[in-house]
Design a protein around this ligand. Structure first.
Ligand code: PLP
Length: 367
């Protein structure tokens, strides 16, 4: 008999990764993975080329210069920053560090799928909480999550803004949620898209990290910074959590190349601010066209993607629309694994890419 994986991994879901290539199609419009369309700036390429010169040496595991640059940019204590091989690594290590067999982890019903995978890998049980679905909204509901707390709850993972919903929980509701949550429950606020958020009452949660011992904020260089392929993210965590992460994370998890690229993008905050503004403009114009001209339901988004639902009278439902778009090289993400099979998630690319995407959708969805 071959070796068998631990039974708690039996139903582990596969994290869906959008296609990147389509046979026979020349131009791919990659709107499935919430990436940035622009290639890295010259300053990033130069920094990477320089870093490769030291590839024969292990990285300095302290990552001091990068932690200092993040601390300055975000106004946080450099000693409270842990760097991960993508924020995915931090999600996994936090789950393994704070949850074990018999423990429960609360996740919003449509929360980021990797939370569930990492919880199951750690041996924990995922408990989904219902969303707030009032009006035309769909978002994480703190009250519904509180109602799911039991003696066994160890962690709440909250992606804020949410992937794939694009919606968010405001500052006051977040603070009230933390106060109402038992002190020994770790609240992980995943801000992968926080750099895109523009709403006045949006708050990534760094003050909660400073004032409590049980809140962690996660960030990534994969989204607005455009370094998804280099795999780097970070946690802002209180001293007690940092102490655990120092023991549970592998030293040398990031390469010279990765950290050099991250430092280079942090050195150009104006470019990031321009990207944020341009994303919001392109996103809102695209959402308005889908809604007003084609009758789609589109959730209000604080991110670089939209959750879009074709109207019941549309010629193609979400699954057929996705397949037909793929044939044209326009790649969007299926929402079936998120329990939202009637919708697709569309990342925001350049103006030109969104025009191609819109034209393709209009051609398919006009009766
Ligand atoms: C909510 C959320 N958190 C984390 C990540 C993973 O980011 P990273 O590339 O830093 O591992 C993603 C990526 O799509 C995400 O959507």
């Amino acid at each position: 008999m071959p070796p068998f994986a631990h039974p708690h991994l039996k139903d582990l879901p596969l994290l869906p990764i959008g296609a990147t290539d389509v046979a026979g199609v020349d131009r791919i419009v990659p709107l499935a993975n919430n990436e940035i369309s622009d290639p890295p700036a010259q300053s990033v390429r130069d920094a990477v080329a320089k870093a490769v010169d030291r590839a024969n040496f292990y990285p300095e595991v302290d990552y001091g210069p990068l932690r200092a640059a993040i601390a300055e940019r975000y106004g946080v204590d450099p000693d409270c920053i842990a760097l991960g091989n993508g924020s995915s690594e931090l999600i996994a290590v936090l789950a393994q560090s704070y949850c074990g067999h018999g423990d429960e982890v609360i996740i919003g019903k449509h929360g980021y799928l990797n939370f569930a995978i990492c919880t199951q890998l750690a041996g924990g049980t995922v408990v989904y909480s219902e969303p707030d679905a009032t009006g035309n909204l769909l978002r994480f509901d703190p009250q519904a999550a509180l109602a799911k707390v039991t003696d066994r709850t160890r962690i709440v993972f909250l992606d804020n803004p949410s992937n794939p919903l694009g919606t968010y929980v405001g500052k006051a509701a977040l603070a009230a949620f933390r106060s109402a949550l038992r002190e020994d429950i770790l609240l992980v606020l995943d801000g992968a898209y926080a750099d895109y958020a523009e709403a006045e009452d949006f708050d990534p949660g760094d003050d909660l990290v400073r004032t409590t011992e049980n809140t962690v904020v996660l960030r990534t260089f994969s989204k607005i910074y455009g370094l998804a392929g280099l795999r780097i993210g970070w946690a802002h965590a209180p001293a007690n959590v940092m102490e655990i992460l120092r023991r549970t994370m592998r030293p040398g998890n990031l390469s010279h190349v990765t950290t050099a690229a991250a430092q280079a993008v942090l050195a150009e905050p104006d470019a990031i601010a321009r990207r944020k503004k341009s994303n919001a403009g392109i996103r809102d114009a695209f959402a308005a066209r889908l809604q007003d001209r084609l009758g789609f339901r589109v959730l209000p988004s604080q991110t670089n993607f939209l959750l879009a639902t074709p109207p019941p009278h549309a010629p193609l439902g979400a699954a057929d629309l996705l397949a037909a778009l793929e044939k044209k090289g326009v790649l969007v993400r299926s929402m079936k694994p998120y329990g939202l099979g009637d919708s697709v998630r569309i990342s925001i690319g350049t103006e030109e890419e969104m025009q191609i995407a819109y034209d393709a959708i209009e051609a398919l969805e006009t009766p």
